[in-house]
Design a protein around this ligand. Structure first.
Ligand SMILES: *[C@@H]1O[C@H](CO)[C@@H](O)[C@H](O)[C@H]1NC(C)=O
Ligand SMILES: *[C@@H]1O[C@H](CO)[C@@H](O)[C@H](O)[C@H]1NC(C)=O
Ligand SMILES: *[C@@H]1O[C@H](CO)[C@@H](O)[C@H](O)[C@H]1NC(C)=O
Ligand SMILES: *[C@@H]1O[C@H](CO)[C@@H](O)[C@H](O)[C@H]1NC(C)=O
Length: 536
């Protein structure tokens, strides 16, 4: 058969299958009023309470702080969007019971200033519970728990179609399975404007993510504006508009903090640093061909003392701008060809008795880790898995970030890292930048970070995971649609109980979540055919 006629046949077949499958029905019918990610415990009664936006208030009964007050204002706007009259078709005509006018916020301990690894995120929601009929409340011991509870509450509200809402009598008791639930953005391959990063933070908080991993610089560009080394961005950024100043970073950090999200910057070295060399001429290794420099540059030159002076000054500044305890130091994919070509590197290795290039990489990383651990801020660090694989000596609180492999290779890596006593984070199965046609989220959902052979102690060293959106083919135009709701799938894996693992049970809830994000004004892409109230 000629290839064109085969193609025509395939098209016709696909068309017929589509017609048979859809027949005017949505691919998956969304649930109504379910919370995503699924809470640890959620019990709903059949009785409902009605909520009228102009009569509803939050009452803070215990501790409070400006961060909490801002969250309450934010959630009132999310729960009751001023200019939208959503959802007449699907939910109109529901019965409404007694009115719920006041909702209590019970924060049992003083607010903490910033989120951190292993912060407390427990919360409880009670609406018209047997012991407190007619009352709604969120109880938590930390402000972070209140934030998570507010998000869940906002998802329980169902528009009645007449400008009011209703909610089922409900009890929720909830906490995350993993403490580190991260999303990685890449602002080096393409610049991402501030408003897009904030949009991502909004969406992350709606999915109970709590870490923004900001892969801020790489080979292609250096948008971080340094005061100690201003040439790094003036020479290394795409241009002077595509940069993040210290004020921009402070803005992102405070926006994230308000949403209970940590910001961990990644300054990946010694590879992935081509753009660094533009503004810092002696930093990178000069590559040689036939005994003379060929004009190309390789990884950071580990043989020069000036390299370490530079790193110390740069990271002193970086850690003063990003308050989180952790810094991501990269360490992945170091190419050795340029080091091999360099006479001065060879000479240095002889002097230092270093016999392999992975040994040279280890020498560099060990010195970098030592610098970072001895900064005034005494930071902890995260590194990509190669650093561990190359047997670099690591501080005991290092988090090893696994990004390679699948199947047995991945399970063995998880097992080896935790057997060595290190905390670990998984990303291998959550590279959302890879896309394909059709339903692609099932493997994300089915990937479990604790699925490896190991003791309970080893399993408890898995602090969580991160979904990644590498930026080679992603900029502000497609970031949101490509990420959401696919990242919601990872969010549920990281928050909900391990037993919440059925894709068929999750699918209708995920449809609701996707429509919810769209209804809130975010361009989350569809999961299959159908409609949402806000897709007009
Ligand atoms: C390299 O090895 C020699 C011989 O064992 C030793 O004298 C020297 O101190 C070593 N140099 C370094 C930097 O470890
Ligand atoms: C690291 O150590 C392991 C176990 O001793 C060894 O199998 C592996 O080859 C080492 N890797 C490197 C890059 O030295
Ligand atoms: C994990 O343990 C089981 C049972 O001992 C074994 O069948 C399986 O091959 C192991 N998996 C890996 C990746 O070693
Ligand atoms: C899903 O969870 C159930 C209940 O805990 C468990 O029995 C089952 O093995 C899990 N399935 C997978 C694929 O992990």
């Amino acid at each position: 058969m000629k290839s064109w006629s085969r193609a025509v046949l395939v098209c016709m077949l696909v068309h017929v299958i589509r017609e048979v499958l859809s027949g005017g029905h949505p691919y998956i019918v969304p649930t109504v009023g379910q919370v995503w990610p699924k809470p640890q415990m959620h019990v709903s009664q059949t009785s409902t309470l009605s909520i009228s936006p102009d009569q509803f208030t939050f009452t803070v009964t215990d501790e409070t702080c400006p961060l909490l007050q801002r969250a309450l204002d934010r959630y009132l706007a999310i729960m009751f969007p001023a200019n939208k009259q959503l959802s007449t078709a699907r939910h109109a005509g529901r019965v409404s019971g007694k009115a719920l006018t006041s909702f209590q916020i019970r924060l049992m301990a003083a607010c903490e200033g910033a989120p951190y690894l292993h912060m407390d995120e427990h919360y409880e929601i009670k609406i018209d519970s047997p012991d407190e009929p007619g009352v709604g409340s969120i109880v938590a011991v930390s402000v972070w728990g209140i934030l998570r509870g507010l998000e869940s509450l906002s998802q329980l509200l169902i528009p009645a179609g007449d400008g009011t809402y209703f909610v089922y009598a409900t009890q929720i008791m909830d906490f995350p399975r993993f403490s580190h639930r991260g999303f990685m953005i890449d602002t080096a391959r393409h610049f991402l404007p501030m408003n897009k990063i904030k949009e991502m933070l909004d969406l992350m908080s709606m999915n109970k993510y709590n870490v923004l991993h900001w892969h801020i610089v790489d080979d292609q560009s250096f948008p971080y504006v340094s005061d100690v080394y201003p040439d790094l961005s003036t020479m290394g950024a795409w241009d002077s508009n595509r940069v993040y100043t210290s004020a921009d970073i402070a803005d992102i950090v405070s926006y994230a903090t308000d949403r209970g999200i940590r910001v961990i910057p990644e300054f990946d070295t010694p590879g992935h640093t081509r753009s660094w060399g533009d503004g810092q001429p002696d930093l990178l290794t000069e590559c040689y061909t036939n005994g003379s420099p060929n004009g190309l540059y390789g990884p950071i030159d580990p043989s020069k003392e000036t390299t370490y002076d530079f790193l110390k000054a740069l990271f002193t500044e970086v850690t003063s701008r990003f308050p989180d305890h952790y810094l991501h130091l990269g360490g992945d994919e170091v190419p050795f060809a340029c080091w091999i070509s360099s006479p001065s590197i060879s000479e240095f290795m002889v002097q230092q008795n270093i016999t392999t290039y992975s040994g040279l990489e280890s020498y560099y990383i060990a010195r970098l880790l030592d610098i970072v651990a001895n900064l005034p801020t005494a930071n902890g660090y995260m590194v990509w898995q190669e650093v561990f694989d190359n047997n670099v000596t690591l501080a005991s609180d290092t988090v090893v970030h696994i990004w390679k492999g699948s199947g047995d290779d991945l399970e063995n890596e998880l097992s080896d890292v935790t057997a060595a006593g290190f905390s670990t984070l998984l990303s291998s199965c959550w590279y959302l930048n890879y896309i394909s046609y059709g339903t692609d989220w099932h493997p994300y959902y089915e990937c479990d970070p604790q699925n490896f052979n190991g003791t309970e102690a080893q399993k408890s060293l898995v602090v969580g995971g991160e979904a990644c959106m590498w930026g080679e083919w992603v900029d502000r135009t497609n970031l949101i649609a490509r990420t959401w709701p696919r990242a919601s799938v990872v969010a549920e894996r990281l928050w909900s109980d391990a037993s919440v693992n059925s894709t068929s049970e999750a699918a209708p809830r995920l449809e609701e979540m996707r429509c919810r994000l769209l209804n809130r004004g975010y361009d989350a892409e569809p999961l299959g055919w159908g409609y949402c109230d806000a897709d007009l």
